[in-house]
Design a protein. Structure first.
Length: 172
C-alpha cells in the first residue's frame, strides 16, 4: 500500500477503545479522520471528539492514538498535524453527518481558503457503513483515504483493537 506522508510518529494513547453493546436501532458504523495543525492541536482533537460523540443519534465506539504527521500537499511552512481516527455508530444520514461535522469545524474557526491550508480542525468521513456515494458534497468511501498514512495507520490501530477488518477502499 503506497501512502502519502514523509514522517509520522505516534504520540499518545488518547482515551483508548470504548466498547458499547450493539443497538437494534439502525446505527451505521462510520469512521472519521480528525486533524489539526493550528492552535492547541491536542485540545482541538479532544474537544472535537467530545462534540462528535455528543451528536444526536451517535455514539463513540473507539478513538485511536494521536499521531503527529507532516502536512501533505500543503502550502510551504505549514505546521505539523495531530491526527486521529474515531469510529462511531450513528443513525444520522451521511449528509446529516457531513453537515454536523462541518458545523463542528466551523465552531473551531475552520476557514476554507486554499486547499490543504493550515486549519484548526479538519474532520473527514472515511466511510459510512457500506454506502457508496459520489455527490458534489460527499464521496464515500473517502476517495484518498487509502493513500494517506496519517489516516490508515490510526484506522488500522482501532480496527485491530476491536478485531475488525480494515475496510477496503476502492481505487479511484
Amino acid at each position: 500500500m503506497k501512502t502519502e506522508g514523509k514522517r509520522q510518529k505516534k504520540l499518545t494513547r488518547s482515551g483508548g477503545v470504548q466498547s458499547h453493546p450493539v443497538s437494534a436501532f439502525c446505527l451505521q458504523p462510520s469512521a472519521l479522520s480528525l486533524g489539526s495543525n493550528l492552535g492547541d492541536r491536542l485540545e482541538n482533537l479532544t474537544l472535537a471528539r467530545g462534540k462528535v460523540a455528543a451528536l444526536p443519534q451517535t455514539r463513540e465506539v473507539a478513538f485511536s492514538s494521536v499521531y503527529e504527521t507532516e502536512p501533505v500537499d500543503a502550502p510551504e511552512g505549514s505546521p505539523n498535524f495531530f491526527n486521529a481516527v474515531m469510529l462511531i455508530e450513528t443513525s444520522l444520514s451521511p449528509l446529516e453527518l457531513l453537515r454536523a461535522t462541518q458545523a463542528i469545524e466551523n465552531e473551531f474557526g475552520r476557514v476554507r481558503s486554499v486547499p490543504n491550508a493550515p486549519r484548526t480542525l479538519d474532520i473527514d468521513i472515511l466511510f459510512y457503513g457500506d454506502v457508496l456515494m459520489n455527490t458534489p458534497e460527499l464521496t464515500l468511501p473517502h476517495p484518498r483515504a487509502h493513500l494517506r498514512r496519517f489516516v490508515m495507520e490510526p484506522l488500522a490501530e482501532v480496527c485491530k483493537s476491536l478485531n475488525l477488518q480494515i475496510p477496503k477502499f476502492p481505487n479511484p
